[in-house]
Design a protein around this ligand. Structure first.
Ligand code: ATP
Ligand code: MG
Length: 410
């Protein structure tokens, strides 16, 4: 293969003026950690980053590149000198390698080195003429070419490429600070976490687990989802805070009117999440809520649930269509895990008629039925915090989570 480098573009970042330096440094660092273990070098050139392939398997490098937020697109490129004879020869070689059957083609030249002795159009003409006369399978089509030969003349050298591939986009994860993702085992919250990371927010995760009311498999599913998300995290690692939620869950079933059960359960979750966020320097809470999907996600419900905290809550999916969420879920390889049928705390003992417009005053009234504050503090105190690596395996029974059989008769 003639290609010897990958040219990396980061469209969004160039717009950011004086923040650009910070972004670029974060992106460079992120790329470096994602490329660990591969025999490549990363060269930072202010408006572009180049990856020197050093004969490393290109598929492997691209697989890693697709995990880096902040990259808008990339191209496999051949680097040659900016001498026009060299550009002509290398262009022909590249076309000979890429085009074996009859194809139409077009040359596009970009010149970021304005001091170069030829104009873009002149380069295009010279190279097209040379390639056409030496490659018998090519003809020109400037409107709908099947193959493009792109020439980028920069200060240090010239780069030739055929295709520009779309990458993750967004901002380098971490550059926006850290947030706490409320992660259930469902489809939505992992997607919300991914979108937050893509927007530059590093995440820690919080999961409310009610084992043995819920199965240990449902907790394992959450760990497996964190592993999937950890591929995008700065060091391939994410902190997961497992909150023992069984006691609160049972207290709710005992003391709260069925129609308000979910509302108050979610108020408890928000209270605990706020404390855990503060304890772990997370600047916001992120969740997978979307407007109107279920009773607890009507706007009236959100207001009553949200009233327990003044912490910023990001809901990346609030206006997303379910089909679009599923598409992203599949793309990040979470879907098959998410649809595994293990119940979580929101799916056991689902009330028959949850309030769709719960009132804050009523919620407060019901909450007076039990001493929830001490239970919230107790849950926070007993948090099981674990670091999940994208490659690690973890046996949850080692964390003391109980297997369901113990309370079979409940
Ligand atoms: P998901 O697909 O993410 O489970 P959902 O559409 O099923 O979302 P809900 O069950 O009402 O909606 O939950 C809304 C959001 O609350 C979830 O997206 C998640 O962010 C959070 N959440 C729900 N259950 C838990 C839990 N057990 N632990 C942590 N967060 C949770
Ligand atoms: Mg759910």
């Amino acid at each position: 293969m003639l290609y010897n480098q990958i040219l990396v573009r980061f469209g969004d970042l160039t717009l950011k003026g004086k923040n650009q330096k910070v972004f670029l440094h974060s992106l460079y660092k992120l790329m470096k950690t994602k490329m660990e273990g591969l025999n490549v070098e990363i060269e930072n050139q202010h408006d572009r980053i180049f990856i020197h392939l050093n004969n490393e398997q290109v598929e492997k490098v691209i697989e890693r590149l697709n995990l880096v937020s902040g990259i808008s697109s990339y191209s496999l490129v051949v680097k040659c000198s900016d001498d026009i004879t060299d550009i002509k020869k290398t262009s022909l070689q590249l076309m000979q390698e890429l085009v074996l059957d009859n194809k139409t083609f077009k040359v596009n030249t970009k010149r970021s080195n304005k001091a170069y002795n030829l104009h873009s159009m002149e380069v295009t003409k010279i190279v097209s003429a040379y390639v056409l006369s030496n490659h018998k399978k090519l003809t020109v089509d400037v409107h709908h070419p099947e193959v493009s030969l792109n020439i980028e003349i920069r200060k240090d050298a010239c780069y030739l490429y055929n295709t520009e591939y779309k990458a993750m986009g967004g901002y380098p994860v971490g550059v926006a600070g850290k947030g706490l993702l409320m992660l259930s085992g469902g489809i939505d919250s992992p997607v919300a976490g991914y979108l937050a990371m893509k927007q530059g927010v590093e995440i820690e995760c919080i999961h409310f687990e009610s084992t043995p009311l819920t199965s240990i498999e449902s907790a394992q599913k959450v760990v497996d989802l964190v592993k999937k998300l950890a591929k995008y995290a700065p060091h391939n690692k994410i902190n997961l805070h497992m909150i023992p939620f069984k006691e609160i869950h049972m207290a709710l079933l005992e003391h709260i009117d069925e129609s308000y059960n979910i509302t108050i359960m979610r108020r408890m979750m928000y209270r605990i999440a706020t404390k855990v966020a503060i304890n772990n320097n997370c600047l916001c809470i992120i969740n997978g809520e979307s407007v109107g999907q279920v009773a607890s996600q009507t706007l009236a419900s959100m207001q009553t649930i949200n009233a327990v905290t003044n912490y910023p809550i990001l809901r990346p999916l609030c206006t997303y269509d379910k089909q679009d969420i599923i598409k992203i879920s599949k793309q990040i390889d979470c879907y098959d895990l998410s649809i595994k049928p293990f119940e979580d705390c929101c799916t056991v003992y689902v009330p028959k008629a949850p309030a769709t417009a719960p009132k804050i005053s009523k919620a407060i009234m019901y909450e007076k039925n039990f001493d929830y504050e001490s239970m919230v503090d107790e849950a926070v105190r007993n948090t099981n915090s674990i670091v999940i690596d994208c490659n690690s395996d973890l046996d949850l029974t080692l964390l003391g989570l109980e297997v369901r059989e113990v309370l079979k008769n409940m």
